[in-house]
Design a protein around this ligand. Structure first.
Ligand code: DOR
Ligand code: ZN
Ligand code: ZN
Length: 428
């Protein structure tokens, strides 16, 4: 048994209050203003610290199997634990692709062997080899433990294939998670948003409608299938508009946004630096404002990092050739706390909700809340701790971040899963 004493929890009305939390048999046995430590009980002093449900990230890349030089399940889940995450879902663009039950099983086994303690939910492919032309055996994948299906990394180009995938995912009650990108609208080497920055540097651009045309198409395709359709990393105002309308009509659509799209736009890119290259790209000020408004009003349901590690060598290539993607697990909470909560854009309660309870609720997961009887998945955060982001200190093998050098507050100090400490900052 463990008891966390004197932590600050977020109350019903969003206010902070001091509370003690007793953990027993992997669950939260009691939350009260005060509790007395019992003989033999492990005591964690959380005085002055924020105690919240463990963070949930339903969109990350772990690169295993096949690209272990970029990240492994062991390094990526350790990075997750350090970021305050207790549950993460990994995308299938590995080698081999997660398109067979064997790969799903292998990912789950590797996480168990890593001993990270983080809950890992494998997302399986929609099409074999992410080829876009043949559906995977979704029933077999689900049976093996797949949590959703996605061809993340590429868009499903054929509407006919997408419709078939939606019908099958609906039948099996597997969420369909879409990377929305119409390749017919892309030019070779396209690497940043079609806008001010691309023009200034003479770089080929990725237009916002390459995303929103798929969002609109998929909303139409999903309409009579009953599928849970989820839009990955929304970046464009036009996509927000379509999602908002679909929700108003009562369609079963959900959406996520990444920290970088909330905090940066194309005009913040200092120069043609691959640390700022990700897909979808950083868009205009107006798009960024629309994303923030949509997150506030619930059109965009929650936050997911799209943690996408790559090697330093790959990211040293010219911006037109370097791979898309930035890491996010170890910096998401402090970045968002500092730049959305301390600036008054979101309340602390809203931010936490959009990183815990809401993703769990939308995908029917049993975690994400601090309440008696719930699984004891917990993050302890020091809201006052201030540090400068230094990629060289990351547990992740990926050091590719546009936020290096940013000074931010609100660092995770301890992470527990099932009532067990899976990571704690040295010295606490
Ligand atoms: O930036 C990205 N990186 N976007 C994607 O869709 C794929 C991802 C990756 O796998 O690196
Ligand atoms: Zn993607
Ligand atoms: Zn992704």
């Amino acid at each position: 048994m463990t008891v966390l004493l004197n932590g600050q929890v977020i109350g019903e009305g969003g206010e902070l209050r001091t509370a003690a939390i007793r953990l027993r048999d992997g669950r939260i046995a009691a939350i009260a203003d005060q509790l007395e430590a019992m003989p033999g009980e492990e005591v964690i002093d959380a005085a002055g610290r924020l105690v919240i449900p463990g963070l949930i990230d339903l969109h990350i890349h772990l690169r295993e199997p096949g690209f272990e030089e970029k990240e492994t399940i062991a390094t990526g889940t350790r990075a997750a634990a350090r970021g305050g995450y207790t549950t993460v879902a990994c995308m299938p663009n590995t080698s081999p692709v997660t398109d067979s039950p064997e790969v799903v099983e292998r990912i789950l086994a590797s996480n168990r062997e890593s001993g990270s303690g983080v809950r890992l939910l494998p997302i399986a492919a929609i099409t074999r080899g992410l080829s876009g032309d043949r559906l995977t055996d979704m029933a077999g994948l689900k049976e093996a433990g797949a949590f959703a299906v996605s061809d993340d990394g590429v868009g499903v180009q054929s509407p006919r294939m997408m419709k078939a995938a939606m019908r099958e995912a609906a039948r099996l009650e597997l969420p369909l998670v879409a990377h929305c990108e119409e390749e017919d609208l892309l030019i070779p080497g396209a690497c940043v948003h079609t806008g001010e920055f691309a023009e200034k540097h003479g770089l080929p651009g990725i237009p916002p409608e390459a995303e929103s045309i798929h969002v609109g198409r998929d909303i139409l395709l999903a309409e009579d299938t009953g599928v849970h359709y989820h839009v990955c990393h929304v970046s464009a105002e036009s996509s927000v508009r379509l999602i908002r309308e679909a929700k108003e009509w009562g369609q079963r659509v959900t959406a996520e946004v990444s920290p970088h799209h909330l905090l940066l736009c194309d005009t913040d890119i200092p120069g043609p630096d691959p640390a700022f290259k990700m897909n979808p790209p950083l868009r205009s000020k107006r798009d960024r404002a629309a994303l923030l408004a949509a997150l506030k009003d619930g059109t965009i349901d929650f936050i997911a990092t799209d943690h996408a590690p790559h090697t330093a060598e790959e990211k040293k290539r010219p911006i037109t050739e370097a791979p898309f993607g930035i890491v996010g697990l170890e910096t998401a909470f402090p970045l968002l706390y500092t730049h959305l909560v301390l600036t008054g854009e979101l309340t602390l309660a809203q931010l936490v909700d959009k990183m815990t309870r809401i993703p769990a609720d939308r995908f029917g997961l049993p975690w994400g809340e601090l309440k008696e009887g719930a699984q004891a998945d917990i993050a302890v955060i020091d809201l006052e701790a201030e540090r400068t982001i230094d990629p060289e200190t990351f547990y992740s093998k990926g050091k590719n971040t546009p936020f290096a050098g940013w000074k931010v507050k609100g660092w995770p100090m301890m992470t527990l899963v099932d009532g067990r400490v899976i990571w704690r900052e040295d010295g606490i």
